[in-house]
Design a protein around this ligand. Structure first.
Ligand code: BMA
Length: 307
């Protein structure tokens, strides 16, 4: 396939389309983890009335999915926390026996970041929102760092955000977030020149944290989304050790080129098994696909194709 650098696309892509949920206009940018001998997913479903909802999905092999026709329900002890608005772009992280789930909420004051936990993918407990508006991308690290929960996130605006840098923040209790550190921003003249944002939960490797992120550039016809890679310092993850000059994946296939938002690959989940990383990514805001690469090959690529 065209322009493959380190990732190889699955021949059966896309693996999830609007056919998988009755009221779906499109299903894309979704979160997937290994769970209970198989896989669990929280799928972004843009419905036919253009409400954006999140639906639970289950799969034995991570490729063929059964997705609930109805959006998932969350419990919350404080009625002031849930905001009735469109929800989208979930990310999932496992810490110990709990799955932490962040997503974007189109609140009346602008996009903000929600947080919920689940242990069984049946009961979801919504907690305090992690970030107030405007912030559109957030993912939690898979373990505490220096004794605190840690996130990467991307402050934004109320619209389609023609800018965007990545920040690191920590919390002792998932309620109070601070110690904000700039991680990295855009770079001129290329696929990551308009904005960047965190993708799947960072993966711990010997050298630090491997983070797959999205980078966006603006052509005369609008935004194009690419996947890039970076290695962050293990103890101080706001320090960037390597960052790709060449992209890891670009929209080149028909299902990435053509859709509701053309020319988008949006990495949103990664499952690692036996040194193979399977990346789940949204395609053209229309469907979900997968691509695989050895973790060691991705790390080598990031190191050897960096600034
Ligand atoms: C994300 C979302 C989408 C958007 C997409 C590209 O940040 O906000 O609505 O179209 O980027 O997949």
């Amino acid at each position: 396939m065209a322009n493959e650098t380190v990732f190889k696309r699955y021949k059966g892509n896309p693996i999830v389309t609007s056919k998988d949920v009755p009221r779906a206009n499109s299903i894309h940018n979704s979160a997937i983890v290994e769970f209970d001998g198989g896989y669990a997913g929280i799928f972004r479903v843009d419905e036919i009335d253009f409400n954006f909802t999140m639906h639970m999905g289950r799969s034995k092999d991570g490729i063929k999915w059964n997705i609930d026709p109805e959006p998932l329900n969350m419990e919350c002890d404080d009625p002031e926390i849930p905001i009735k608005a469109r929800t989208y772009d979930p990310r999932l992280t496992k810490i110990d026996d709990t799955y932490y789930f962040t997503w974007c909420i189109d609140s009346p004051q602008g996009p903000c970041i929600g947080l919920a936990t689940t242990k069984d993918f049946k009961v979801f407990k919504q907690l305090e929102n992690i970030m107030p508006p405007a912030n559109r991308n957030c993912v939690i690290f898979p373990r505490k760092i220096d004794g605190k929960f840690a996130i990467l996130h991307r402050p934004s605006d109320r619209g389609h955000t023609p800018f965007g840098d990545m920040f690191y923040s920590t919390s002792p209790d998932l309620k109070h977030w601070g110690c904000h550190r700039f991680v990295f921003g855009t770079l001129p003249n290329g696929w990551q020149s308009t904005k960047i944002g965190p993708g799947p939960a960072p993966i711990e490797i010997d050298e630090g944290w491997l983070l797959i992120y999205h980078g966006v550039w603006t052509s005369c016809n609008g935004y194009l989304y690419y996947a890039g890679g970076t290695i962050l310092d293990k103890d101080k993850p706001w320090k960037v050790l390597y960052r790709t000059k060449d992209y890891l994946l670009a929209p080149t296939e028909q299902y990435e080129r053509v859709g509701d938002v053309p020319n988008v690959v949006f990495p949103s989940a990664a499952v690692v098994k036996d040194n193979v990383l399977r990346m789940y990514y949204g395609c053209a805001d229309t469907c979900v696909s997968i691509a695989e690469a050895k973790v060691t090959d991705i790390v080598d690529f990031v190191k050897n194709h960096s600034y």
